[in-house]
Design a protein around this ligand. Structure first.
Ligand SMILES: [Zn+2]
Length: 225
């Protein structure tokens, strides 16, 4: 077991994961942003942040928020690896739908040992992405986690291949599934109504009209050639 991990509660692990995700978007993680993602009151965040800082897992930048230390980042990536390997296993081996695995993985990730996770990954042939297209950190803690444009960033007439989608909202995943929007599928932006109006998207031969909110949760790979 990694030094420092044994003492961490599941709650602390969730904090580190959330801070990683916020920081990935480029900013230090503000208390309010952490609270929002964990669905808790902002007032309850500061105590845990102080504890994480004492353990050398985060540094607090005054007036800006919290950043992970290299040690904190290692733990966060370990948690993300567990989460994504579990999701992959549940979908590939146990027949779960891609919209039903997130909550299950949220619970299991705190209990699974690193050895179990490595065995699950090996049984799947060490996949590089999870069922939602998110990259799986390797056992050595490295990950290819480039920031990607979203569907809403496309100009009319441009196309892109779906790389990944946010996995937090099962209803959104079901909806996207019904439209045939999944990782690997090529989309073309056919039209965009003015003033942040809906987007018309071509998926194969089908045309779908989708809202801007949905279009910001679908990440694409540039495929503009
Ligand atoms: Zn998930």
């Amino acid at each position: 077991m990694t030094p420092g991990r044994a003492a961490l509660t599941g709650q602390a692990e969730d904090y580190l994961k959330v801070i990683y995700e916020i920081e990935r978007d480029g900013e230090a993680a503000a208390t309010t942003a952490i609270a929002e993602r964990l669905h808790i009151a902002p007032a309850s965040v500061s105590g845990m942040v102080r504890r994480l800082a004492r353990q050398g897992l985060v540094v607090v930048e005054r007036y800006r928020g919290v950043r992970l230390t290299p040690k904190g980042r290692r733990v966060a990536l370990q948690m993300i690896r567990r989460h994504r390997v579990l999701e992959s296993y549940l979908v590939t081996r146990l027949g779960y739908g891609w919209d039903g695995v997130h909550d299950e993985a949220e619970r299991l990730e705190h209990a699974a040992s690193p050895d179990l996770i490595d065995r699950m990954a090996a049984a799947l042939g060490d996949p590089t992405v999870d069922p939602h297209g998110a990259p799986i950190p390797r056992a050595d803690g490295t990950v290819d986690d480039a920031r990607l444009p979203v569907l809403n960033d496309l100009a009319v007439g441009e196309q892109g291949r779906v790389a990944r989608m946010s996995d937090r909202d099962p209803a959104l995943l079901r909806y996207l599934g019904e439209l045939g929007i999944r990782p690997g599928v090529t989309l073309r932006l056919v039209d965009r109504a003015p003033f942040d109006g809906p987007l018309t998207v071509a998926v194969g031969r089908a045309r779908h009209v989708i809202g801007v909110t949905v279009a910001t949760r679908v990440y694409i790979r540039d495929d503009r050639r």
